[in-house]
Design a protein around this ligand. Structure first.
Ligand code: ZN
Length: 404
């Protein structure tokens, strides 16, 4: 196919920036930080953005960085996002730039996201004259369970350019599954919602030989575990599924004493906001109802995690077109089904149209089917992905802004 000169320029410039981008990634990788407060990571981001002349602000509740790049021409604003946090994992990757912080590792590749968004900022800053509008760069701590994206939304990141952004894009690198350079996404649900439930069954303790004088919570807890599996298959459409896994169950101290209560902990995964919305009520009804059937009671503490990550079909079409135009027709792969992982960029996509995407970062000499996956202490990510992700993000921003 004929090369689009704009896309070809982005591809070539991202490739030329690769040594610099990889060096920043290695610096970030050496000093991983976990959670919402990442002062060293924030300092590296601020230093890298310094020469670009952006409007930079930092967060209050978390060590985020928001930077606004103004184009030479008027137009709307779009948002590009990178998460910044590492995991509490002791690194065993063997990389020469491995973590120097005991017990912390960039095992999910967020170091590539940060360095990649800096590179995208450099690509876009070099094209200010062609930019019709603004680009908000969202550097976000606390993706791994701390709701950092929600906190940044509360601190105004979606309006950082002075008006609400009209589109938002983010990406995740994958150390397995996809070869380096491949880009994947899908219209609609890309990632699951993930909730946590704690159930306590309240009975009355007693002697194991005389259960009729007690109220035994153990068989009730066992029945709840099974009833939840029946709920999943009988109350929900098999094509809009629910996964409930009771990962922890606890009661009692010894064989001949009936305990006073029993506790269950479960994770709940759902793939549409409609189902995500009704699951808490139905699950609570099952737990309370089973307990009541036996004359006991149950309390259910249902904690909502991240929402479903849902992509706008027209933004996925844009992505597929731009990836093919930049890296060739075979670079974009439509994901056949959602992944059961979850992601707090979902909070952004609840409010703004856009898309989330995956970028292959399997080491060149590794097999995508067997390479250690994200979150593994052995996970390794190919620097070459940093020649792809930034060009794609910059292309998305330029293309969306050109639409007005
Ligand atoms: Zn991640």
């Amino acid at each position: 196919m004929p090369l689009d000169p704009v896309l070809d320029g982005l591809r070539a410039d991202a490739r030329a920036l690769l040594p610099e981008t990889a060096a920043l990634r290695h610096a970030l990788h050496r000093t991983p930080e976990v959670g919402l407060h990442l002062p060293r990571t924030q300092a590296l981001v601020l230093e890298a953005l310094e020469p670009l002349g952006l409007e930079v602000t930092t967060g209050t509740a978390l060590s985020s960085v928001t930077a606004v790049l103004r184009g030479a021409r008027p137009g709307p604003a779009v948002l590009l996002r990178a998460d910044m946090d590492a995991l509490p994992v002791a690194e065993e990757s063997g990389e020469p730039f491995a973590s120097e912080v005991p017990g912390a590792m960039h095992a999910c590749g967020h170091d590539l996201h940060v360095a990649g968004l800096v590179a995208a900022a450099r690509l876009l800053a070099a094209r200010r004259d062609e930019l019709a509008g603004s680009v908000v760069l969202m550097f976000q701590p606390g993706e791994e369970g701390d709701h950092g994206a929600r906190l940044m939304i509360e601190e105004g990141v979606l309006d950082a350019a002075g008006e609400r952004v009209v589109a938002a894009y983010g990406l995740h690198v994958l150390s397995a599954i996809l070869p380096t350079g491949a880009v994947t996404s899908r219209p609609g649900t890309l990632l699951a919602a993930a909730d946590t439930v704690h159930v306590t069954v309240h009975g009355r303790g007693g002697h194991g030989s005389m259960p009729h004088l007690a109220q035994d919570p153990v068989p009730v807890a066992a029945e709840i575990v099974l009833a939840l599996q029946a709920m999943v298959t009988r109350q929900f459409d098999v094509f809009d599924p629910v996964v409930v896994t009771v990962g922890r169950i606890e009661a009692g101290t010894t064989d001949n004493v009936i305990p006073a209560d029993a506790r269950l902990e479960a994770t709940v995964r759902t793939f549409s906001e409609a189902v995500h919305g009704v699951v808490p009520e139905r699950l609570t009804r099952v737990c309370e109802g089973v307990a009541a059937a036996h004359g006991l009671s149950a309390t259910v503490d249902y904690q909502r995690g991240y929402p479903v990550t849902s992509n706008r079909p027209e933004e996925v079409e844009r992505l597929a077109r731009l990836v093919a135009g930049t890296f060739g027709d075979r670079a974009y792969v439509t994901a056949a089904q959602p992944l059961a992982g979850s992601e707090d960029f979902s909070y952004v996509l609840q409010q703004v149209p856009g898309t989330y995407l995956g970028v292959g970062a399997t080491l060149a000499d590794a097999d995508p089917r067997t390479a250690p996956y994200n979150h593994s202490a052995h996970a390794r990510f190919e620097d070459g992905a940093l020649a792809v992700g930034p060009a794609v993000l910059a292309a998305l921003a330029l293309d969306r802004l050109a639409e007005g």
